[in-house]
Write a new protein. Sequence first.
Length: 263
Amino acid sequence: MKKRVAGLLISLICLFVLSACSSSSNSSENKDKQLVMGTSADYPPFEYVDTANGEAIIGFDADLAKALGKKTGYEITIKDMDFNGLITSLQSGKVDFVMAGMEATPDRKKNADFTEPYFRSDISMIVDKKSSIQTFEDIKGKIVGVQVGSIQAEKAKELQKTVDFQLETRDRVPDLVQEINSGRFDGVLMEDVVSKGYIEKNDNLTTISVPSNETGGAAIAFQKDSELTSKFNEALKEMKENGEMDKLVAKWFNGEKSLKIAE
């Protein structure tokens, strides 16, 4: 009888150990199939916080990331942070990739790998309708705001070579809009598709064109030499070819044209 009891206990212990190992293995496998996307959720319609529905982060980038995750076999979790810290967080492993309407500039390419661009929008300047600023040249001697680390910040430095204005930065885009509404800024450089949303909510604002307003387009950033870059590039290409990308563009940008994925 004692031998039977001992045998039963040994069997139960073995089953427990096997179950624990199996659970640990599954947990590790599930973890490997999850990716954290870093973004700056202050940039509608690319990404923003849906305060009406539980603080979820929604937008074009959020939908696109989840669609790409489904195609590549990953579950996507989105993490909000300041735009200026996104590449640093990617390098340190706090996030697995970055989608934030981010352009693959030469400086960023030194620290990250990028997919082909998936959407392009030109740059314009937001101004108060009642101000004396009617053309870009009217910004001379005035204060222009840009988001820290953004492509608009780089563009502003180029524009200062032709028109002398003071440049100031803020971490978040809503802060820029607040500054122009309060009269502390005379203009704010922003992407066209993003400026439209803020103008709709602030009927005192409008946009004017700026010289050399083209951008290279938004791309997805991964760690250097990451195998995910090619996987996501293939998925992006598929979405362009089968019409899925066009549907997302129509949903979030009212039919604005996305860039074609490079072959």
